[in-house]
Ligand binder design. Structure first.
Ligand code: MGD
Ligand code: MGD
Ligand code: SF4
Ligand code: MO
Length: 700
């Protein structure tokens, strides 16, 4: 067959977004390059995207459904047919539903990889369970929902408008190409004259190009943001008109931030007071400034307060909902997510789901992993006894891996869909082999709040018996909820979702993407969708959120001390997605081992040598990673790699899943009230060089 070229969008290597030109010959992908026409990437692609052909061909892929043939976690499997596997999953989930009620069955999703996320919510809803467990406690929800509490929408950086300043607040777009912000767009803005401010404990590549780099201690962002507010309000640099017309609580906020001066913040953050003052002035002076904010601002129990400060800054400086600022991105005309997931079928969700017991924000519709595990292990507030998991590897991605393992082993039944045998899948009763990128028709970015959706048409057949999650869920839905609530095929699901746009799948796939209509300053005619109709600097419903009306800075309970003198944080690798893809050769060559970044002075004091193994110890456990000695990091900080397991050592051995797993030294005992967020940034730790004799360590 002659070679052919297909255009599609990348996915499953991060949130996706780059338009790719893919060449195919005889069912094999022969080349992948970034396409210049790409709305988000303008020709850019990264090593992960270009490695997708290896995902397709990898010998590590799961290729047939498996049913457990020995004890849990004994690694004994029997290959089976799809019919038997899906019957087994349906029976396992239904048995628990019949006996204990639908809410005793959880549906668990990791980072949304494509439309499967919403299809799974639909499965949970049509099944009758309010418990959709996801990683949103540490990803996305704190940003989106705090935005919605304060101004009625999720203020995303307008990467296509003109800005005078780009702020990367705990976001390393160059490596992570975060949620629709492909780094090429940031670079384009800089080329067009925007100044750059980076707020990061590491001197990242972009920090090296920034006019302002605030090299703060991890976990102290709230103090820094309060000091920004102090400077801007004290020096009257705010947008007086916007503040007067469109905010409530400004006077209270002004009084409140009076004591949070840059000198105070310098003591906490480690950033020079003068630099804080200059940076705050630059933010207020830019017309407009856009803030791309990342995981760092939301992976602490204080996330709500930190993000409230950031939204307050956007508001009082006139950066909210203006071109080139932080905007409300209108979604394209599609079936609205609430309708797609059939939210109407669980009207009692907010009183029934596990979150109700913990009193989280009612806008948080997914269950934090810590609540799920407690329901499994302690049966609090009621037992959860079965789970269906897709696109997630909780053994690596949930804080406190030992507790996760205990919970998974206690589940009466659980099934996993994944592309390879992971430390999570290895503990399951049934494992389903999922199709991956390019192997089925998919829609990217639906429901993520970025105002775009992207077509990811199928290019090659999946390996052997692999099937797309959308098809698997559709089949499970038909079995568990009845065919009338589901579709004849997953293709119909895509058509139904697209119908309001007037496009059929094949036309959409040709067009490539849809974006919502550009509307800015909508508040001028409609007000803000908050109880007061304005941006709530003081929150009207603060009490119901167990928060004070204004953002506070609370000292973290665990501060560095003699025993644990450093602060541990993490940054995502440009070469991997969380716990995924260590089994791809080209990526593993680029990054063979997990590394912890240490400052040269710290390394010298502790006797740590470049490239040698170091034990990272916190109150919660110890792991080993290799030292990368670099002056790019603060001397009082250690920045570890997240998501590491070693597929070449199997999925079950501690040498594989425990040895270097960052979440073996995190905890979820301390959590934020509003979103159930544990502390993943700024954990007191110590580093100990590993002697050759103990290199084999682990749980010893
Ligand atoms: N300590 C610490 N922990 C963190 C973070 C951190 O910064 N520090 N970050 C957090 C964040 S932001 C997130 S989003 C989570 C991510 O947490 P997860 O989503 O759980 O982690 P991933 O590695 O992205 O994905 C898990 C699995 O999805 C599988 N997969 C890939 N594509 C498909 C597919 O199409 N179908 C199926 N069925 N499976 C597929 C992969 O093989 C992989 O095993 O981790 C969180 N955990
Ligand atoms: N290559 C790659 N891309 C990804 C992912 C991936 O795993 N790999 N994951 C995807 C997902 S699900 C998400 S949510 C996004 C995450 O995207 P980002 O938010 O950009 O991810 P991180 O690398 O966790 O954090 C960004 C920066 O925060 C800095 N940092 C660490 N601690 C702190 C702190 O306390 N305060 C401040 N201000 N900065 C701090 C780190 O040094 C890092 O440079 O990326 C997406 N894209
Ligand atoms: S930046 Fe993200 S979307 Fe673009 S090629 Fe890389 S993994 Fe794919
Ligand atoms: Mo994430």
């Amino acid at each position: 067959m002659p070679a052919r070229t297909v255009f599609t969008h990348c996915g499953r290597m991060d949130h996706g977004g780059c338009r790719l030109k893919v060449s195919v010959k005889d069912g094999r992908i022969t080349s992948i390059t970034g396409d210049r026409q790409g709305y988000l990437n303008a020709g850019y692609s990264c090593a992960k995207g270009r490695a997708l052909a290896e995902v397709h061909e990898s010998p590590h892929r799961l290729k047939t459904p498996l049913i457990r043939a020995g004890d849990r976690g004994a690694d004994q499997w029997r290959q089976t047919s799809w019919k038997e596997a899906l019957d087994a999953v349906a029976d396992g989930l239904d048995r628990v539903r019949q006996r204990d009620g639908a809410k005793s069955v959880a549906f668990c999703q990791g980072m949304p990889k494509g439309l499967e996320h919403f299809a799974l919510i639909r499965l949970a809803n049509t099944f009758g369970s309010p418990n959709l467990v996801a990683v949103q406690d540490v990803c996305h929800a704190p940003r989106e929902l705090t935005g919605r509490h304060m101004c009625g929408f999720y203020p995303v950086a307008d990467m296509h408008g003109k800005s005078e300043l780009v702020v990367l607040w705990g976001s390393n777009t160059r490596a992570t190409n975060e949620e629709g912000i492909i780094s090429s767009l940031v670079l384009e803005k800089i080329k067009n004259g925007a100044a750059l401010m980076v707020i990061d404990p590491r001197k990242t590549g972009l920090a090296g190009r920034a006019q302002y780099h605030l090299h703060l201690r991890p976990g102290t962002d709230c103090a820094l943001a309060l000091a920004f507010l102090h400077v801007i309000i004290n020096e009257k640099l705010y947008d007086k008109n916007f503040v007067r017309e469109w905010t409530i609580g400004f006077e209270e906020m002004a009084d409140h931030v009076e004591s949070f001066d840059p000198g105070w913040a310098a003591g906490i953050t480690g950033v020079d007071a003068d630099l804080i003052t200059r940076a705050a002035r630059a933010y207020a002076g830019a017309d407009p400034a856009c803030t791309a904010w990342g995981n760092a601002v939301e992976q602490t129990p204080e996330a709500f307060d930190t993000i409230r400060c950031l939204v307050s800054l956007m508001a009082i400086c006139g950066n909210l909902d203006v071109p080139g600022g932080n905007i409300r991105a209108a979604e394209p005309r599609l079936m609205p997510p609430g309708k797609f997931v059939r939210a109407d079928l669980v009207p009692e969700k907010r009183t029934q789901y596990l979150n109700a017991y913990y009193g989280t924000s009612e806008k948080l519709m997914t269950v934090p992993p810590a609540f799920f595990r407690k329901a499994v292990i302690d049966e609090t507030p009621y037992p959860v006894r079965a789970a269906y998991m897709q696109c997630t590897n909780p053994m690596l991605s949930y804080a406190d891996s030992q507790t996760t393992r205990k919970a998974l082993l206690k589940l009466e039944f659980f099934a996993v869909s994944d592309v390879v045998m992971t430390p999570t899948a290895a503990l399951a009763d049934v494992v389903l082999p999922a199709a991956s990128q390019f192997e089925f028709d998919d829609i990217g970015h639906y429901g993520l709040g970025h105002g775009i959706i992207l077509a990811r048409p199928m290019i090659v057949d999946p390996p052997e018996q692999c099937r797309p999650d959308l098809a698997i869920i559709n089949d499970l839905g038909r079995r568990l909820a009845g065919p009338e609530l589901w579709f004849d095929s997953y293709g119909q699901m895509l058509e139904a979702l697209l119908a309001p746009s007037g496009l059929a799948w094949h036309s959409f796939a040709q067009k490539g993407f849809l974006k919502g209509e550009k509307t800015r300053r909508q508040y001028e005619s409609k007000g803000f969708s908050t109880p007061s109709g304005k941006v709530e600097l003081t929150l009207t419903d603060a009490e119901s959120l167990c928060a004070s009306a204004l953002p506070q800075y609370g000292e973290p309970p665990g501060k560095p001390d003699q025993d644990f003198p450093l602060l541990l944080t993490s940054a995502k690798s440009p070469n991997y997605l969380h716990s995924s893809y260590r089994w791809i050769k080209s990526l593993r060559r680029r990054e063979p081992d997990p590394t912890v970044q240490v400052h040269p002075e710290t390394a010298q004091t502790l006797g740590i040598k470049q490239g040698r193994e170091v034990r990272i110890e916190t109150k919660h456990g110890a792991i080993i990673q290799r030292a990368e000695i670099t002056s790019k990091i603060r001397p009082d900080v250690a920045c570890a790699s997240h998501g590491w397991w070693f597929p070449e050592k199997g999925a079950l051995s501690e040498e594989s899943w425990l040895r270097s797993n960052l979440n073996a030294v995190t905890s979820s005992e301390e959590r934020g009230k509003q979103f159930g967020t544990p502390r993943l940034r700024g954990i007191p730790c110590r580093l100990v060089p590993v002697k050759n004799t103990e290199a084999k360590l682990m749980s010893s």
